[in-house]
Design a protein around this ligand. Structure first.
Ligand code: G3P
Length: 217
């Protein structure tokens, strides 16, 4: 499973990339707002840190303007992945951008039929929003499972990018179902390593090692 980090916080991205944990980055207008920077400058800096795809989202809702914005965003760096919303104009833009050789992430997916349309438009990634579905009282993971089945039925190459991930359990469940990628907030990504028995075991080993009086290096 590939790990993307869902943030536009350059400091966090640098730290996670240095750990060797990152396969890519996803941003969106809300995350750019939170970063406090300009979309062009922030995205350029992120692209200089991470080798994998960096999703940058168009703000337009109409096809022509989406294509103009995509042209600007794609000039930022070679690893830009254009993010478009799951609308008819977004799907049309997806098809055109893929024909031009760009990576495309179709975002704001909340149903299996929407994911089917994105695959037919040739999307590189489809982003189902797990946490936001959970918020409505429906199990978001069922959507990942449905999309996995549909894509496997027809051998669609669109990668399932589990988004709106809120918990470490979301990551585990998405991996069990076979999502290709999870885009995860920095704190949740770092929390994946935590287990109380690891901490307890390490404490005992260190105490016993001290008693041996030895040193390795
Ligand atoms: O990048 C899109 C998605 O991950 C948003 O997550 O937590 O705002 O629902 P959230």
């Amino acid at each position: 499973m590939k790990f993307f980090v869902d943030t536009a916080d350059v400091k966090e991205i640098r730290e996670l990339n240095d750990l060797g944990l990152l396969d890519g980055v996803t941003t969106n207008p809300s995350l750019i707002l939170k970063s406090g920077g300009s979309i062009i400058e922030v995205t350029k800096e992120i692209c200089s840190i991470v080798n994998g795809p960096v999703s940058a989202e168009v703000a337009a809702t109409e096809y022509e303007q989406m294509m103009k914005e995509a042209a600007v965003l794609s000039r930022i760096a070679d690893n830009i992945c254009i993010k478009v919303p799951l609308t008819l104009d977004g799907l049309k833009a997806c098809k055109a951008l893929r024909s031009d050789g760009h990576l495309v992430n179709v975002t704001l997916c909340f149903s299996a039929n929407q994911a089917l349309l994105a695959a037919k438009a040739g999307a590189t990634f489809i982003s189902p929003f797990i946490g936001r579905i959970d918020d409505t009282g429906i199990n978001g993971m069922e959507l990942i499972s449905e999309i996995r089945t549909i894509y496997d039925n027809y051998d669609y190459q669109t990668q399932i990018l589990a988004a709106s991930i809120r918990t470490v359990n979301h990551v585990k469940e998405a991996a069990l179902i076979g999502a290709d990628v999870a885009t995860v907030p920095p704190a949740t990504l770092k929390a994946l390593v935590k287990h109380p028995l690891t901490d307890k075991g390490l404490e005992t080993f260190l105490a016993d090692w001290k008693k041996t009086g030895q040193s390795i290096a």
